[in-house]
Design a protein around this ligand. Structure first.
Ligand SMILES: [Zn+2]
Length: 171
């Protein structure tokens, strides 16, 4: 099992983590007092002003030497047409033969220094209620490279400490 002693809190952290975001970036751009009017948000979908459509999915990253992938829970924006198809299939158990939807990434990670908003993705539906698999367009963006090539345990520890504690303790 993946475990390491944390430099920041000195505890042993165990298990390959999953870190996710509860909203697309766009949601945070809507002033808080307007959100109840303009935004419809669930754990898997978000619609803003009846014209911007988002779904939540998983960017899975292989960790060298580990069986379980590391997962970023992210949001992508879909076209209206794709979104309604997504909704139609939401409760359908067998749906992985649906061709992928095109989506723009709409998550800005605490961890990557460059802009993640508007990376191109393909969104693959998975069966039995599992959130969609998000495939990032293979560019030189760090997130795309990490998805393509996997990451080391050291890199996962770096992400873990940052996401769990906000920042790493200076060594
Ligand atoms: Zn810690």
């Amino acid at each position: 099992m993946f475990e390491f002693k944390c430099n920041t809190c000195d505890k042993i952290h165990q298990g390959v983590p999953t870190f996710g975001y509860e909203f697309p970036i766009y949601y945070l751009d809507v002033p808080e007092n307007e959100r109840s009017e303009r935004c419809f948000l669930t754990s898997d979908t978000c619609v803003i002003d009846d014209k911007f459509f988002f779904v939540r999915g998983c960017v899975e990253i292989h960790v060298h030497g580990e069986e379980e992938p590391f997962i970023w829970g992210v949001w992508v924006s879909l076209s209206e047409k794709s979104f309604f198809r997504f909704q139609e299939l939401y409760e359908v158990a067998e749906r992985d033969e649906e061709p992928p939807f095109f989506g723009w990434l709409n998550t800005c990670f605490a961890d990557y220094s460059t802009e993640e908003e508007n990376l191109k993705t393909n969104v693959y539906l998975r069966n039995n209620g599992i959130r969609p698999y998000i495939d990032i367009e293979p560019t030189n963006h760090r997130l795309a490279v990490e998805q393509r090539e996997g990451i080391s345990k050291e890199r996962l520890i770096e992400i873990y400490e940052l996401m769990t504690h906000g920042k790493r303790k200076e060594l």
